[in-house]
Design a protein around this ligand. Structure first.
Ligand code: AKG
Length: 323
C-alpha cells in the first residue's frame, strides 16, 4: 500500500480537521482524475477474469542463478525461478494486473471478513498509514489469527502461491499482510504506483474481495501496462499527467467475493470513492523479491512489527499455514 511517506509521517496523530485540510490537494486531484477518466468512459472496462491454473503437486524451488548473476551486473535482481512458469505469469508481466477466480471459499471469506471487521472496529486497531484517511483504514494483521492462517493456507498453497514463487522465487519475503476497509464516504485516491520504478518486478500484491465489489463501492482502478518504464514520470509531470489519464485504458476491479486482483507494485492504480452504503473490505498481502530493497519514496508496507522483524519468506508462510 502506498502512502506518501513524508505526508503520512507528518499527519500521524494530528487532529482530523488538520488532516482533512492537508489532504485536500490530494482529494481535489483525485476528483480531477476521476473526471478525466469519466470523459473517456469508452476506455474503461472491467478487469477480465483469467482462469486459475492447476495447483502444482511438486514444488520447483530454485532461484535462477544465471539470471541472478546477469542481473547483478546490470544492477537489477533475479526476478524469477527456473522451470516452467505459471500460466498467470505472462499476463501479469504484460498487463501488470490479473484478476483470478475465487481463491477462498465463501465460508472462509465470511469468517475472515467478520474477524477483520471486528478488529477494525475495536478500540485501537493496528493501523498503518493509508492514502486519504476519511472512512478508509488499513489494518495490519498478525499471522497467528486462525482465520488469517486458514486463508493464507488456501491461497498460498494453491495456484496463486505457485505464481508468486515463479515470478519472485520461493525466497520472496512477506511485505504486507493487512485488510483494507473503505467505508461509505471514503474518497477517491490519486493514481499512484506502490513502489518506485525498477527494471525488474520487485513486489506482487494480491487483493482478495471479502464481499462482492460493485462500482459504487470504490473498487480499485488499474491502468494496465503502466508498470513499465516511463509511466511514473508521465504521471508525476504536470504537463503530461492529464494526457496520460485521458489516453490510456483503465480497468475497474469489480471483484466477486473471494476473487483476487494480483498486481505488480509498479502499476498505476487508485482506490476510488465509496459512494455506496456498504463497506468494502479487501484482504491483501504482498511479497517482495528477496533482493528488492524498497527505495526511498516507498512505504514500509502494511506489516505488523513482529513479522517485519522476522522477514518471513513465501516458503515459510506456506509451511507455517499448511493445515
Ligand atoms: O482501495 C484500494 O482499492 C486501493 C488502495 C491503494 O492503492 C492504497 O491505499 O495505496
Amino acid at each position: 500500500m502506498l502512502v506518501f511517506p513524508l505526508l503520512a509521517v507528518l499527519l500521524a496523530g494530528v487532529p482530523a480537521s488538520y488532516k482533512a485540510e492537508k489532504e485536500l490537494p490530494i482529494v481535489n486531484r483525485g476528483i480531477e482524475e476521476a473526471a478525466l477518466m469519466l470523459d473517456q468512459r469508452h476506455l474503461q472496462s472491467e478487469l477480465v477474469l483469467t482462469p486459475l491454473p492447476k495447483v502444482r503437486k511438486v514444488r520447483k524451488v530454485r532461484i535462477n542463478t544465471k539470471a541472478k548473476a546477469a542481473n547483478k551486473k546490470t544492477g537489477g535482481f533475479a526476478s524469477s525461478s527456473s522451470g516452467p512458469q505459471s500460466p498467470l505469469a505472462k499476463p501479469l508481466r504484460i498487463a501488470g494486473v490479473v484478476r483470478i477466480p475465487p481463491v477462498l471459499s465463501t465460508p472462509l471469506v465470511d469468517i475472515l471478513r467478520s474477524h477483520c471487521l471486528s478488529i477494525a472496529d475495536a478500540p485501537s486497531p493496528d493501523l498503518s498509514n493509508v492514502l486519504l484517511t476519511l472512512n478508509r483504514s488499513d489494518l495490519r494483521l498478525p499471522l497467528k489469527d486462525p482465520s488469517v492462517v486458514s486463508a493464507l493456507d488456501a491461497i498460498l498453497n494453491g495456484a496463486l502461491g505457485d505464481l508468486i514463487e515463479d515470478v519472485l522465487t520461493a525466497d520472496a519475503v512477506l511485505h504486507e499482510l493487512a485488510c483494507l476497509v473503505s467505508d461509505p464516504g471514503s474518497q477517491r485516491q490519486v493514481l499512484h504506483p506502490d513502489v518506485g520504478f525498477t527494471s525488474e518486478l520487485g513486489i506482487v500484491t494480491c487483493f482478495v474481495a471479502l464481499q462482492d465489489v460493485s462500482e459504487s463501492m470504490g473498487p480499485t482502478v488499474f491502468m494496465p501496462g503502466t508498470h513499465k518504464a516511463g509511466f511514473k514520470e508521465l504521471l508525476e509531470d504536470e504537463e503530461t499527467r492529464d494526457e496520460l489519464i485521458k489516453g490510456r485504458p483503465s480497468s475497474l476491479s469489480l471483484l466477486n467475493l473471494g476473487e483476487c486482483a494480483v498486481f505488480d507494485g509498479r502499476i498505476l492504480h487508485a482506490g476510488t470513492a465509496n459512494v455506496s452504503l456498504e463497506r468494502r473490505a479487501m484482504f491483501y498481502f504482498s511479497f517482495r523479491n528477496p533482493e528488492f530493497n524498497p527505495a526511498s519514496g516507498t512505504s514500509q508496507g502494511s506489516l505488523c512489527r513482529e513479522l517485519r522483524k522476522e522477514g518471513v519468506t513465501l516458503a515459510e508462510v506456506r509451511m507455517k499455514c499448511k493445515s
